[in-house]
Structures are given as structure tokens and as C-alpha cells.
Write a new protein. Structure first.
Length: 79
């Protein structure tokens, strides 16, 4: 999506907005659990939303490098 092409339908009708999608009731931030959920160790991050105007598919990307660095240290890498 970030390259301007939808991975689902191959459309180039991609639009982007900072903090563009919200679950409601909270500010436009995503809580990222750095440790186990029961540890209450969460950080809030801004994000960038991408939406395909053709099929409706959307993706969100965290927008804060320090949180991404922490995730690499504390989350399990997918193999």
C-alpha cells in the first residue's frame, strides 16, 4: 500500500492520512503492548492509514521509530 498499489486488487487508487482510522472513544492512537498484557506495559503510538478506494482494503502502520525499536527487542520474531 505504501508504494501506491493495493496488494488485494492491484488498484492505484490509494489514499493516506495520519491517524485516519479510529476505534472510537479514544484519541487517534494505537496502544502497543511492549511486554505481556498483564504487565500493563503499553505505549501509545501515532499511525498512518492507507485505504484503497477501489476495494476498501486498508492498512495501518506505526509511525514512531522508538516503539518499532522496542518491539524488535521484546516481541517474538515470526519465522
Amino acid at each position: 500500500m505504501r508504494n501506491g498499489k493495493c496488494p488485494k486488487c492491484n488498484s492505484t487508487s490509494i489514499y493516506s492520512n495520519s491517524n485516519g482510522v479510529d476505534y472510537g472513544g479514544r484519541s487517534y492512537q494505537i496502544e502497543v503492548w511492549i511486554g505481556p498484557k498483564d504487565s500493563r506495559l503499553a505505549r501509545q503510538s501515532n499511525f498512518i492509514s492507507y485505504i484503497c478506494a477501489n476495494c476498501g482494503y486498508f492498512e495501518n502502520y506505526l509511525d514512531e521509530k522508538d516503539i518499532l525499536d522496542e518491539i524488535q527487542k521484546k516481541w517474538s520474531k515470526v519465522k
